[in-house]
Design a binder for this molecule. Structure first.
Ligand SMILES: [Fe+2]
Length: 327
């Protein structure tokens, strides 16, 4: 199902990186917004009733087929938050059903999005539910209100943060202490994943950027951090800022001004060598224009300099006073 749509991307990766054994791919799938396939047991008046028009289970299954059709197998899929529409039990069960179809056996790591925090089941039930739906390698759910952790896979440290409820949230002291500790004790390169973005992506979701000056400083001052990647925007974007990448990826479920899709981060021993996104092929839904049909194309994103951008907010981000020193 996904193979034909991924053929051109496979060729491009092989052309850019002739020895595939020298690269690694981290795949990204976020904003699945899974809903119960039979509908909700109450009148659904959520995000504009969008689910009348798009079957998010179909979107996610196709995403897994497409990722599975990559010639260079990703070592990990980051599920970048908003896995469910509201964090309800029936939505998590739909996620579990799809994961058990055997479409793709690449390991996953979960990130909580703002939608996970909308209607979490009671604490004890959520822990039981977690044990029913968790995929191999997922950490224990120690705190459902703020779920953050790190894992080391193949000499890369992956730090998962929780941007919790939006808007007007900043990082808790507890999470900030965790981040500071993880960044200071790492012999490995670091990738950070968090649902909400910290640099503009160019749609209305920028109205709730996750801006925490201490967090930004911690990340900026850690030389091991290669990049910070997010979902939430339902729109791809890529910045470079003082040697690190800051990216967002399309949404699997529905887009906001672009396409639905998934993404990938390509690395070698030197660091990040490419960031791409891949449109899902076929039917899709965009919040701005409604139902649409997608060809399934891919884009390797060229990062823009954030330090030179008028979108840099100097209350949070440093801009070198010497224009010639801006990267
Ligand atoms: Fe979302």
């Amino acid at each position: 199902m996904g193979r034909a749509s991924v053929a051109a991307l496979n060729k491009e990766i092989s052309d850019r990186f002739t020895d595939l054994s020298e690269i690694r791919i981290i795949a990204w799938a976020s904003d699945l917004h899974l809903h119960p396939p039979g509908g909700y047991p109450f009148p659904f008046t959520g995000f504009g009733g969008i689910y009348q028009y798009i079957d998010c289970s179909r979107q996610y299954m196709l995403c897994l087929h497409e990722i599975n059709a990559l010639t260079k197998r990703p070592e990990l899929i980051v599920l970048g938050g908003d896995i469910t529409e509201m964090g309800r039990e029936d939505e998590w069960m739909e996620f579990s059903r799809i994961m058990n179809l055997g479409i793709c056996d690449i390991p996953t790591i979960p990130v909580m999005g703002n939608h996970e925090h909308l209607q979490l089941p009671e604490k004890e039930r959520m822990k039981e539910l977690w044990n029913e739906i968790r995929c191999p390698g997922w950490p224990d759910l120690d705190n459902q209100d703020e779920f953050f952790y790190s894992v080391i896979r193949g000499s890369i440290k992956h730090i998962v943060l929780d941007t919790v409820k939006l808007p007007d949230t900043v990082m808790s002291d507890r999470q900030k202490a965790f981040l500071a500790s993880e960044l200071s004790y790492s012999a490995y390169p670091i990738l950070i994943y968090q649902h909400a973005h910290i640099m503009p992506a160019g749609n209305w979701t920028d109205g709730a950027l996750y801006l925490d000056k201490d967090m930004i400083r911690l990340i900026h001052e850690c030389p091991n951090v290669l990049g910070v990647f997010s979902g939430h925007t339902h729109k791809p974007s890529l910045w470079k800022y003082r040697g690190k990448m800051y990216g967002t990826f399309p949404s699997v479920g529905y887009s906001i001004g672009t396409c639905t899709g998934w993404g990938g981060i390509i690395l070698n021993k030197e660091g990040i060598k490419g960031v791409f996104y891949k449109e899902l092929s076929g039917e899709s839904y965009d919040d701005c224009i409604g139902p649409r049909s997608q060809e399934g194309r891919f884009v390797f994103m060229e990062p823009e300099s954030f330090e030179k951008s008028p979108l840099l907010n100097p209350f949070f981000w440093y801009r070198n006073p010497d224009p010639l020193m801006r990267e």
